[in-house]
Design a protein around this ligand. Structure first.
Ligand code: SF4
Length: 405
């Protein structure tokens, strides 16, 4: 069995191609694939296609033709992530306004490379992480909780298989805090390169596949906001679109594209007007060395933010350790892949997570409101320090004082 190595340097994981093939071949199980945002703009390169080409409809065809029962979408879960994370941010900001002690700045937590880093090397950040699960984990939780009834199949027969640009997502799927008594929410994680290998082993070449539309309303509907999670700055932009609308009587941000957090610059900063909650300061950083440097600056009080997006891989998931890779130069490939992600957003008729009809139906019919008891149970989690925090950090006090300014 071969091993894939993560560019963040800390992670190496086993190839799961054989296990997943066995799941697909097992007539007793129902297999559900979820595709992460970056998968559709990176897999084509494995088959000699133009870098950045959106091959989503070809992947749907290929997977259905090798016997996968359902091809669903992590982009849908990314929209749910924004509902929860955006609400969480607004709640923390409201609490601060009312002079309650609150964990600000809030840091995103959907990148397991970053969460692993916090646990091992920056435990003082732990309490500032958003408790909202990543889109992969949200998809898994919703799938195992709701699909048995929807598809009329028992939970123990369902197999949720993620295709991710990321080796760290394999570890995330195994986190004890994300498992339930009835078993894991996500049963296996394939990287983009492993998916290519699996398709080749089944005799499928992407160039010979016909475009096939994804199913509708089956954890498949997504907005442009969900799609841009695949690149650095995307989570922030998606969150800003929804937070803006929620604090402006539902009005959309204009323009919809939030330029300050776009592109591949190492650290991006901006301010966002959130109506009665005032103007907030946001930052986007990618790559762990740069993130540590930013944390150091924050700790010295040199920069002040309310909300920070961190992605461990330079460029974000489009350049993840599980994507097709070129040696030592991520920039040109990240750029075309990033442009492809932006194009998907542009082409989506709906570009704000809170307007995704499948997501609004999910809340109306099942979850209640974002942040509800059930939503918390299914869609949030806790993180644990692997390195005991010796004392309540001075950073806590410093950030509290600074963020209240
Ligand atoms: Fe995984 Fe890298 Fe994306 Fe983080 S940025 S989720 S480590 S691919």
């Amino acid at each position: 069995q071969c091993t894939l190595v993560c560019p963040t340097g800390a992670l190496s994981e086993k190839d799961e191609t054989d296990r997943v093939l066995n799941m697909i071949d097992d007539p007793e199980t129902v297999t559900i694939f979820q595709l992460a945002p970056a998968v559709r703009v990176t897999l084509g390169e494995e088959f000699g296609m133009t870098p950045g080409e959106n091959v989503e409809p070809l992947i749907v065809y290929a997977l259905k033709h090798i016997g996968v029962d359902y091809v669903m979408d992590t982009n849908f879960a990314a929209d749910v992530t924004i509902m929860e994370e955006g609400t969480e941010l607004l709640e923390r900001l409201k609490a601060r306004k009312e002079d309650h002690e609150v964990a600000l700045p809030m840091f995103t937590s959907c990148c397991p490379g970053w969460v692993n880093y916090v646990e091992k090397h920056a435990p003082m950040v732990m309490e500032y992480l958003s408790t909202t699960r990543s889109p992969q984990a949200i998809f898994g939780a919703l799938a195992k909780a709701l699909l048995p009834q929807k598809l009329n199949v028992s939970r123990d027969k369902l197999r949720v298989i993620s295709v991710m640009p990321c080796t760290a997502k394999k570890g995330e799927a195994l986190r004890p805090t994300l498992a339930r008594e009835a078993g894991p929410d996500v049963d296996a994680v394939l990287t983009v390169r492993e998916l290519a290998k699996l398709l080749r082993r089944c005799g499928m070449h992407l160039k010979n596949c016909k475009p096939m539309a994804r199913d509708e309303h089956l954890f498949t509907d997504y907005t442009g906001a969900g799609a841009i999670f695949g690149t650095t700055g995307g989570v922030m932009e998606a969150a800003v679109r929804t937070a803006y609308a929620l604090t402006h009587d539902g009005q959309s941000m204009k323009p919809m594209v939030f330029e300050p957090t776009r592109g591949l610059e190492g650290v991006k900063e901006a301010t966002v007007d959130l109506g009665e909650l005032g103007e907030i300061r946001v930052a986007v950083v990618h790559g762990l060395a740069r993130t540590q440097a930013l944390l150091d600056k924050m700790s010295r009080g040199e920069v002040i933010y309310d909300f920070v997006e961190v992605m461990a891989c330079p460029g974000g998931c489009i350049s993840g350790g599980g994507t097709p890779r070129k040696k030592n130069n991520y920039q040109p490939f990240s750029r075309v892949r990033q442009e492809a992600i932006y194009k998907i957003d542009e082409e989506c008729a709906i570009r704000e997570s809170h307007k995704n009809p499948e997501v609004t139906a999910l809340y109306a019919e099942t979850l209640g409101a974002p942040g509800s008891h059930l939503a918390h149970d299914l869609l949030h989690c806790e993180y644990r320090s692997k390195k005991a925090q010796k004392e309540p950090s001075d950073i806590r006090k410093l950030w509290q004082v600074l963020s209240a300014r």
